[in-house]
Design a protein around this ligand. Sequence first.
Ligand SMILES: [Zn+2]
Length: 498
Amino acid sequence: MHRRLIVPGGLAASLLLAIPASAADSSPGAPGIGDPYYPASGNGGYDTSHYDLRLKYQPATDLLEGTATILATATQNLSRFNLDFGLDVSEVRVNNKKAQFKKEGDQELVITPTALEKGKPLSVVVRYAGKPSELNIGGYTAWHRTPDGGVAAQEPDSAVWWFPSNDHPLDKATYDISVLVPDGTQAISNGVLQSQSSRLGWTRYNWRSNKPQASYLATLAVGKFDITTDKTADGLPILNAYSKDLGDNAGAARASVERTGEVAEWLTEVFGPYPFNALGGYVPNVTSGYALETQTRPFYSPRQFANGANVSVVVHELAHQWYGDSVSVDGWKDIWVNEGFARYSQWLWSEKEGEGTAQELADWVYAQHPADDAFWTVKPGDPGPDKQFDIAIYDRGALTLQALRGEVGDKDFFAILKGWPTDHAYGNAKVGDFVKYAEKVSGKPLADLFDTWLYQPSKPGAPAAAGARIAKADGKHAQPKSWKKIAATNTIHEHDHH
Ligand SMILES: [Zn+2]
């Protein structure tokens, strides 16, 4: 709490000028935002609103030089505060004044400015340089070095490798990302490419993401790309980028990601208005296997397309733009609010394409896992950090939605799916918030259903309305046509966690 000094009239003004903020009243901002899954993620004491990143990157050496200007508001009287960052910092200024700083551990940048008052705006300028590929935290790096550049796209952390931030989805902000790269090389990031210009052998790309964005959803890809551009029927710019070096996966990657506009148009019918200023996707020449819902422009590993085109992965990552990006987790335990819905959207796409209904996919998944399968011990509503991206979050998570659909009927179910992203647009939500919302829309008590499907470490009984079909499902169901393509996306969030 901020306590006011009470001093007689005339004296007060001069005193307040002389003493910037009461040091006695100030305390350090917490080194974590309070997420029990990742105690070091994010920080306390301030709230960011905008990041302006001005970067220069050398593909030949992996040297990244940057100036980050972060706009924030102090949420307490601050004697010092942290940013999450791993590269070497040469200077920090807070409200234009040089501030003391030091690194603590692998990823805490501790900044000691002159005391800051609660409620006052902050501008923090951080100058830095380093080779992201050399930053190793706990034997792990989120930075992909490619033959022609580098890529930042990881969950739950990637920002630490390329810009200082309050690195947790609870503190979202808008982004301007400007990147200088040698002529002939492209820099891909989030949102709209506002402009690009070349001078003396270097090209600058200016990207803008103008709606709140979580730090892990900011992305950077430098390399040699083929770029395609288009517009949706609503006039939104689509920009896709493909490494020139995708080999045999090049055709399948394009045959999938070029359908971004079509998929987004269909998702808009299911989830409501698209929440952002741009659409697209990019496929860099990385060796990883996963994909990630980086905001407005998902990241796809080429290996997603090793067996031919897979539109299902595009459906998954674009569904996240509503479920995960616009409406973000409150804490990482709420991961079901992202992944259960992104997986279910793949089932709905299959239903629309006539390759198996969501019910048939639910029957199939339910039958694949006998009661003693460890699959049922994972609690999608609070899986723990080690199981945060377990397949059960996806498949049991989607089964939960099919159980809900059976319970409330199609009309209310689709009203819930469409209403939620608007109701919570650009915010954060907990699993419990969704339960309350579904109860409000349907007028039915649903706490027991969600408790059974999201929190009990055992195989639920067949859900009421869909029960008849699921009960006789075990072992007898034909594999839905879409199953192989959906199962091929099971690696999408297979990350090396630290
Ligand atoms: Zn996902």
